[in-house]
Design a protein around this ligand. Structure first.
Ligand code: FES
Ligand SMILES: [Fe+2]
Length: 393
């Protein structure tokens, strides 16, 4: 008798502790111990805008003094949204009764109260700290006493003459639109899955990058203090070896060297895989460029065209990262997986995250949070390097 039919398959389930990001969940609390980009610097302007991060709806604005602000949407007075507020020199004013809040939620005016509100200092609009760097605005959604220093990254700090840093919010690396409808971890795990490159991006619908990325690599996976590192070796026609190092770094960094391998050098850009909520993510990127707009050019092409230029029929012909990862469902069922030897990067990443969850649950500080500037400088190994065969390993 045949067994293994779909008829009696077990009820599927996913690992909540690794995927769910809301406040109070284990992963939500781990991720809340780090800074996350929540917008481009240009998103924060004199018109309030909606921002969603780690399952929280927030309002972004920039006051007349140029300070970015990020506040809880419901006005502390009687709860209408500050989305319809007006931004002024000193902060954001609610449309309903005109209470004015500064970027740290202090209530500065209550125009309907006598004397502008004698007890206004008892009111605080819930807010989050933000800091700007690399053309992005980073927010810290965690416990105030545990706020780390916003890190600096060597690949964005050590610039050659003529280079500058540019930011991008189009979700470079997602293989699809700006907002991707699946769990963030599906994408993040993909970064340490080098074997999908020659298949999905090579023989299946490629070459989506360059021909040499279609070569099946020889791969080593390593745990690092901050995440997982993947070293892929490809022997080229001239006998030299292309040594490609990719990293994932806590909290959500994808440290992926240019897949078009335009130059052999240290990684050019970092992408932050921001969980919008449990079933949506987007990627903010910052990278070194020599001309404005260069970052967007590293986006993958399918049959020579960009994702949004393809019809559904063509997406079936040229599936990419977006199709493969959203194809796993809104949150993939871990109970139905069969991890194999080539999935070692994924196993190492999950183990790393489990360790960090345990540290936070026990009251400790997770990996790579730094409370002084010197500890907050991050050096990567990631890059595309050309080496002699003897030095490759
Ligand atoms: S609800 Fe905002 S001022 Fe009244
Ligand atoms: Fe990919």
């Amino acid at each position: 008798m045949d067994t293994g039919t779909a008829y009696d398959r077990p009820q599927p389930s996913y690992r909540k502790e690794l995927t769910e990001v809301g406040a109070g969940t284990p992963m939500g609390e781990l991720l809340r111990r780090y800074w996350h980009p929540v917008g481009m610097s240009s998103t924060f302007d004199s018109t309030p805008s909606k921002v969603k991060a780690l399952g929280e709806d927030l309002i972004a604005f920039r006051d007349g003094q140029g300070r970015p602000g990020l506040v809880y949407p419901r006005c502390a007075h009687r709860g209408t949204t500050l989305y319809y507020g007006k931004v002024e020199e000193r902060g954001i004013r609610c449309c309903y009764h005109g209470w004015l809040y500064d970027v740290e939620g202090h209530c500065l005016e209550q125009p309907c109260e006598e004397g502008g509100g004698a007890r206004r200092d008892r009111v605080r609009q819930p807010w989050y700290p933000v800091e700007e760097r690399y053309g992005l605005v980073f927010a810290y959604l965690g416990p105030p006493a545990k706020k780390p220093v916003l890190p600096r990254y060597d690949c964005l700090e050590e610039l050659a003459p003529g280079e500058s840093v540019e930011a991008d919010d189009s979700s470079i690396g997602s293989g699809g639109p700006q907002i991707v409808p699946c769990n963030w971890l599906q994408h993040w795990e993909n970064v340490v899955d080098p074997f999908h490159v020659p298949v999905l991006h090579g023989s299946f619908s490629g070459p989506q990058f360059t021909a040499q990325m279609g070569i099946m690599p020889e791969v080593t996976f390593e745990s690092t203090a901050r995440g997982v590192k993947v070293i892929s070796l490809r022997t080229l026609e001239d006998g030299k070896v292309h040594r490609r190092v990719t990293e994932v770094v806590i909290p959500t960094l994808r440290v992926v060297p240019d897949p078009l391998v335009q130059r052999f050098q240290k990684v050019e850009s970092i992408g932050w895989t921001l969980p919008i909520d449990d079933t949506h993510y987007r990627i903010y990127t910052a990278g070194r460029v020599t001309e404005r707009g260069a970052l967007g050019k590293i986006r993958s092409r399918l049959g020579g065209r960009r994702w949004h230029e393809l019809t559904e029929e063509e997406h079936r012909q040229f599936p990419g990262d977006y199709e493969a990862q959203t194809g796993q469902g809104p949150i993939t069922f871990h109970s139905e997986e069969h991890l194999a030897a080539s999935d070692k990067g994924i196993a190492l990443l999950r183990r790393f995250l489990e360790t960090q969850l345990k540290i936070v649950a026990e009251g400790g500080d997770p990996a790579a949070v730094a409370f002084d500037e010197s500890g907050a400088y991050v050096r990567f190994d990631a890059g595309n390097y050309l080496v002699d065969a003897a030095r490759a390993a």
